[in-house]
Design a protein around this ligand. Structure first.
Ligand code: IMP
Ligand code: MG
Length: 176
C-alpha cells in the first residue's frame, strides 16, 4: 500500500489529558448511577478503552456496529446495523461513545434507534467534532476537540482500515 503523508494534529499526551478531563466530567455527572457506555465500532474502541479506565464510577459497556452506505470518506446518511447491543438499555443511562462527529448523520440515526428503546437518558461523548461539515443539528454532550474540515486518522480512526493503531491523531494529506 502506498505510504500516505500525515501531519500530527494531537499528540498522545494531548489526547490522554483531554480524555482524562472528559472522564472526570462524566464521573461527576453520573455519580450514583451505573451508565452503559455504547461504543460505536470500530473507530471508538481506542477511546472507550482509555476513557472507561479514567472513570471513577461503575459502568457497563456494550458495542454496536453500524455501516453507512457511501465511500470511506463520505457518509450517505443511510445507516445499517451490523451488530446490535447485547443487553436492553430500557431505563438505563446511556452514553454513546463515538470517535468523531462529521456530518452527524450516523449519530442522529443511532440516537433515534436507541431513544426508541426507552433509556432513562441518552448522551453522546465524542473525541472529535468537525462542526463545519454538520448536516443535522446533533451535538456531543462531551467533546474532546473541535477540528477543522480535514480527514484525520489514528487513535481508532482509519482510512481504508489503516492507521487505527497510531497513538496520536494525524491529518491525512492528499488522501484521495
Ligand atoms: P458522520 O455520519 O458523517 O458524522 O460520520 C461519522 C463517521 O465517519 C465516523 O464515525 C467515522 O467513522 C467516519 N469519519 C468521519 N470523518 C472522519 C475522519 O476525518 N477520519 C476518519 N473517519 C472519519
Ligand atoms: Mg466510526
Amino acid at each position: 500500500m502506498k505510504e500516505q503523508k500525515t501531519e500530527v494534529l494531537f499528540t498522545k499526551e494531548e489526547i490522554q489529558d483531554r480524555v482524562k478531563q472528559m472522564a472526570g466530567e462524566v464521573s461527576g455527572d453520573y455519580r450514583g448511577t451505573v451508565p452503559v457506555l455504547v461504543c460505536v465500532l470500530k473507530g471508538a474502541v481506542v477511546l472507550l478503552s482509555d476513557f472507561m479506565r479514567r472513570l471513577d464510577i461503575d459502568v457497563e459497556i456494550d458495542f454496536m456496529a453500524v455501516s453507512s452506505y457511501g465511500n470511506s470518506t463520505k457518509s450517505s446518511g443511510i445507516v445499517r446495523i451490523l451488530k446490535d447491543l447485547e443487553a436492553s438499555i430500557e431505563n438505563r443511562h446511556v452514553i454513546i461513545v463515538e470517535d468523531i462527529i462529521d456530518t452527524g448523520l450516523t449519530l442522529s440515526y443511532l440516537k433515534e434507534i436507541l431513544l426508541s428503546r426507552n433509556p432513562a437518558s441518552l448522551k453522546i461523548a465524542a473525541l472529535l467534532d468537525k462542526p463545519e461539515r454538520r448536516e443535522t443539528d446533533i451535538e456531543a454532550d462531551y467533546c474532546g476537540f473541535c477540528i477543522p474540515d480535514k480527514f484525520v486518522v489514528g487513535y481508532g480512526l482509519d482510512f481504508n482500515q489503516m492507521y487505527r493503531h497510531l497513538e496520536d491523531i494525524r491529518v491525512l494529506l492528499e488522501f484521495e
